[in-house]
Design a protein around this ligand. Structure first.
Ligand SMILES: [Zn+2]
Length: 232
């Protein structure tokens, strides 16, 4: 699983690229190079300058050392015009950065410093059109995912989902068209619309259902012992 520091730095990398590249920026850009799938942490495109930059985030030395893509002939430095490795301050020395890459350091206050400039790659192995297309797709996905995650964000982050018996879902009633949240058993086929004046049956196999989170026996036991607490 991705660490929250990695996630944070990826977003900071995007802000930095946005200020520098202006036109099109995205995190997690999927690229296909010589039949290999490579995912760039952050990519920025400047159309007028005909330029693509990639930032690869590394938050630990082991993460840096085991990354085979960095030095490969299909690495980020070969894909874009410029490629950087971004790390917390002092994680890597300039000397150990692979040839071609720049080094960006980010401090505890999110200030980013260029420790080493990248070398320009005049002949990226992917065409500029492909880089634009891939970055555009990733940016579009990010927007759509944001919309979806507003509705389906799991506040428990799956804490009680192992061996779940009950789902918290959102579903739209075919009768009154109201989208509401429901607690239903796993594999439940129907539920009744919550709107008092409606009470229509919602067939869950037909409705566009989003599972927000799931609850298992552990959750039930913890919840009931807390509720039984005489202090409450
Ligand atoms: Zn209804």
């Amino acid at each position: 699983m991705e660490s929250s520091l990695h996630e944070h730095l990826k977003i900071q990398a995007l802000y930095w690229l946005k200020a520098k590249m202006t036109d099109l920026c995205a995190n997690e850009v999927k690229l296909f190079v010589r039949r290999k799938q490579v995912k760039a942490d952050a990519m920025g495109i400047n159309i007028k300058r005909n330029e693509a930059r990639i930032i690869e985030v590394k938050v630990s030395r082991s993460d840096f050392l085991r990354d085979e893509v960095l030095q490969a002939p299909y690495g980020y430095h070969a894909i874009a015009h410029y490629a950087y490795i971004m790390t917390p301050v002092g994680l890597l020395s300039s000397e150990e950065i692979p040839p071609g890459y720049g080094l960006l350091e980010i401090d505890d206050y999110d200030n980013i410093t260029v420790k080493r400039n990248p070398k320009k790659n005049e002949t990226p192995i992917l065409t500029f059109d492909t880089l634009i297309k891939r970055t555009g797709r990733a940016a579009t996905n990010a927007v759509l995912f944001q919309e979806l995650s507003k509705e389906t964000k799991d506040p428990t982050k799956g804490t009680y989902s192992k061996g779940a018996k009950v789902h918290l879902i959102s579903a739209t009633c075919p009768q009154c068209k109201k989208r509401k949240k429901y607690l239903v058993r796993v594999n439940e086929e129907n539920t009744l619309c919550k709107v008092r004046a409606c009470k229509h049956v919602i067939p869950l196999n037909k409705a566009r259902v989003h599972t927000i989170t799931s609850y298992n026996k552990t959750f039930y036991n913890q919840l009931s012992s807390l509720i039984k607490d005489p202090e409450m």
